[in-house]
Design a protein around this ligand. Structure first.
Ligand SMILES: *Cc1c(COP(=O)(O)O)cnc(C)c1O
Length: 345
């Protein structure tokens, strides 16, 4: 196993996240169900947890090494990444400037709940709204120049923390999973994760390749077509392997993407997402999120029901977090949850 210890890392989670068997979800899914383990990255450290914490451990270490005093990043209007970057910046005594992209016109609401509320509660130094299609990269660069003029040292973290430094967090996560698999004496065939800005998926693929582990990693796309997402993940995994000086080629065949669960687009609720979020809440008491993990679990459930995953397999679902965003989507759940409201015992 290639050692990551030559890379500086801040420690935001003082434990390994559990790899838990989801017995009650299996019972719910019935005879077709494989053995399901959930990697509880929703329990990572920093405010509210979730996958960005692992990326930020490496990104913030890099920022600190470069003597940064002001962190700049961007994300959607309910971005978990922005919440966690802000939380990390607070820990490191840095300013934090957020550029929020309104990907669906007229959906930004200053008083919205969920992560939006937390941006304010955690005290973002500034929030800038970008309209759909505006170049957030250019906005962040301009901001960095302004901050330099004020004598500050800005550090730009890309959307989702997805560059090769951030991806190291998920190479690390795969190492952690590999040890847990050994301890539990299980032999999983597949890891299922959400594939968005791609750092999570790319890091896992890199970890699998450099350890030559015979396990598949299937990413459920939440915004891009299979062709686009595959190339995005492959390219970032290659950069990550290069940063690790690993002698490995990452090919298209190493990246498995399913793009059947996006619905009408990024962050747009689907009935299957609502069902999946409700099922996991009511079987395991675990909260998913509507934008990422809800759609990923919807995909996993559908693949099980279609027999694309067979009952003799063992699979791992990476719970990448995001439940604070749920509270901004409460209305989308009203219809289905109301049906149980007046039920007598
Ligand atoms: C960002 C995010 C993802 C997607 O991870 P990427 O590394 O951006 O592909 C999945 N789940 C949640 C909850 C997220 O916030």
């Amino acid at each position: 196993m290639l050692d990551l210890s030559s890379f500086k890392k801040q420690n935001y989670t003082p434990y390994e996240t559990p790899l838990e068997r989801a017995h009650k979800l299996e019972l719910f899914l019935g005879k077709k169900s494989p053995k399901i383990y959930i990697k509880r990255d929703d329990m990572l450290g920093l405010t509210g947890g979730g996958n960005k914490t692992r990326k930020l451990e490496f990104l913030m270490a890099d920022a600190i090494e470069k003597k940064a005093t002001a962190i700049i990043t961007c994300g959607a209007i309910q971005s978990n990444h922005c919440r966690l970057t802000l939380a990390a910046a607070i820990r490191e005594n840095c300013e934090c400037h957020l550029v929020l992209e309104e990907r669906i016109p007229n959906t930004f609401d200053q008083e919205a709940s969920g992560n939006n509320f937390l941006f304010q509660l955690l005290g973002a130094t500034s929030t800038t709204l970008a309209k759909k299609g505006e170049n957030t990269q250019a906005i962040m660069k301009k901001m960095a120049n302004e901050l330099k003029k004020q004598g500050k040292t800005p550090y730009i973290i890309p959307g989702g923390g997805s560059n090769e430094i951030g991806s190291l967090g998920y190479v690390n996560c795969f190492y952690e999973i590999k040890n847990q698999i050994k301890t539990l004496a299980i032999n999983p065939s597949t890891i299922i994760c959400t594939s968005g800005s791609s750092g999570t998926h790319a890091g896992l693929v890199t970890g699998i390749k450099i350890t030559k582990t015979p396990i598949k990693c299937l990413g459920i796309s939440v915004m891009r077509s299979k062709i686009e997402q595959t190339e995005l993940v492959r390219s970032l995994a290659s950069k990550t392997a290069r940063l690790l000086q690993a002698n490995t080629n990452i090919n298209h065949e190493d990246v498995l993407i399913d793009d059947n669960y996006i619905g009408n687009g990024y962050s747009m609720p689907t009935p299957e997402m609502i069902e999946a979020v409700t099922i996991l809440a009511q079987t395991e008491g675990i909260l998913l999120d509507p934008v990422y993990t809800g759609k990923a679990l919807a995909g996993m459930i559908d693949l099980i029901r279609k027999n694309s995953i067979s009952s003799d397999e063992t699979i791992i679902f990476i719970h990448t977090g995001g439940s604070p965003a749920l509270y901004a989507y409460q209305k989308d759940f009203h219809q289905t949850l109301k049906q149980n409201y007046n039920k007598t015992p």
